[in-house]
Design a protein around this ligand. Structure first.
Ligand SMILES: Cc1cc2nc3c(=O)[nH]c(=O)nc-3n(C[C@H](O)[C@H](O)[C@H](O)COP(=O)(O)OP(=O)(O)OC[C@H]3O[C@@H](n4cnc5c(N)ncnc54)[C@H](O)[C@@H]3O)c2cc1C
Length: 324
């Protein structure tokens, strides 16, 4: 492995200035992507600028929505109870990314800036309407996460800029979200397909909650059939898909088709078909294109079902796997 200089700035400003002053330099956070590329001789930076000693990048702030610093580790995100309850899609991704050892050092900033189509936190951030906070020599700016991904390993960062963090709006208890990572095996693996969903239902019209014991343990298909008379109307929805295009994408036609509709399993099946038509996966060692496309249909329906389940049964952690 080629030798390099290791720099440890303690402020964002210092890091940005170092990047401006040094030749052939690269930022490194947890290093779980950078060091792999380094060892594979795909990159050979003469200078690594570590972001790990910058305290301003390590935060999880739950006031007025959710704010996560780019250097927050996946383990910290996975353990956070507020994220688990109110931003569940992100918890789903953080708990299944890599192994415990990887999660203990890997950061969300690194996962997003690496911009792999398979990045597990990308779909959750897309469905949770995240904004990316960027700092550079010209100051601070904000970009919608959907505009941040430009292509494989390409993001909307100007030379030397650092991602400071991610801000997500506040959602009420009429919102539920989920991320499903489909892998070839249960052990550590990158997703063959990743699907994220968020649903916000109209409140006031009905009370979308379980009131009896049967509702608590029954599967969500039966619960939805029982709640049919309540006519749960969808106010807003997001669907995001990973590994179906050169970058993580939103299924915007499927999202539009959900708005204003009454929740039903039949509707979610139709939405799965629409999302499938928006996916353009390729053959790869993890799966063939035709199979990926078929799985988009299935996983979109499941992610929507899980999102609505989390609205109807927010406190139910007794039978988390009852359905799946
Ligand atoms: C064994 C193994 C298993 C893995 N499993 C998964 C998995 O299941 N799912 C998955 O999605 N990924 C997986 N990964 C990939 C990797 O762990 C994640 O992408 C991780 O989140 C990267 O974070 P990091 O802090 O280690 O990034 P780093 O390697 O430090 O950096 C990654 C890239 O982001 C840039 N960067 C980092 N932080 C910033 C910042 N704040 N501002 C600007 N640029 C920045 C770096 O310059 C670099 O280009 C795995 C990796 C390994 C080695």
């Amino acid at each position: 492995m080629r030798s390099f200089e290791y720099h440890k700035p303690e402020t964002v400003q210092e890091a940005v200035e170092l990047m401006g002053a040094l030749d052939n330099a690269k930022y490194i956070a947890g290093g779980t992507d950078v060091m792999v590329l380094f060892r594979q001789k795909k990159i050979a930076p003469a200078n690594l600028i570590s972001l790990r000693s910058i305290n301003d990048l390590v935060y999880i702030d739950e006031q007025d929505g959710l704010k996560i610093g780019s250097a927050a580790t996946l383990s910290a995100i996975a353990k956070d109870e507020f994220i688990k309850r109110s931003y569940s899609a992100l918890n789903d991704a953080a708990t299944r990314l890599g192994s415990l050892q990887i999660r203990n050092v890997a950061t969300m900033g690194g996962n997003i800036c690496n911009a792999a189509p398979s990045a597990d936190t990308a779909c959750p951030l897309l469905v949770l309407d995240a904004k990316v906070i960027i700092v550079g020599q010209k100051g601070e700016r904000e970009v919608d996460i959907d505009d941040f991904f430009l292509g494989p390993n390409k993001v909307a960062l100007e030379k030397g800029e650092i991602v400071k963090g991610f801000h997500m709006p506040q959602f009420g208890n009429n919102t539920g979200s989920a991320y499903i990572k489909h892998t070839r095996r249960q052990a550590m693996d990158l997703p063959m397909i990743g699907v994220g969903a968020r649903i916000t239902i109209k409140i006031g019209k009905s009370e979308a909650r379980c009131h009896d014991a049967l509702c608590t343990i029954d599967n969500i298909s039966n619960v939805l059939a029982r709640l049919q008379d309540e006519e749960l109307e969808i106010e807003d929805a997001r669907i995001a898909m990973g590994v179906v295009a050169p970058r993580p994408i939103r299924a915007k036609q499927a999202e539009a088709a959900l708005k204003g509709k009454v929740v039903s399993e039949k509707l979610f099946r139709e939405i799965g078909e629409i999302a499938m038509s928006e996916a353009q996966p390729r053959d790869s060692i993890r799966g063939e294109a035709w199979y990926r496309k078929e799985m988009v249909k299935v996983l979109v329906r499941r992610a929507l079902m899980r999102s609505i389940d989390r609205i109807i049964r927010p406190d139910d952690t007794i039978y988390p796997e009852r359905l799946w």
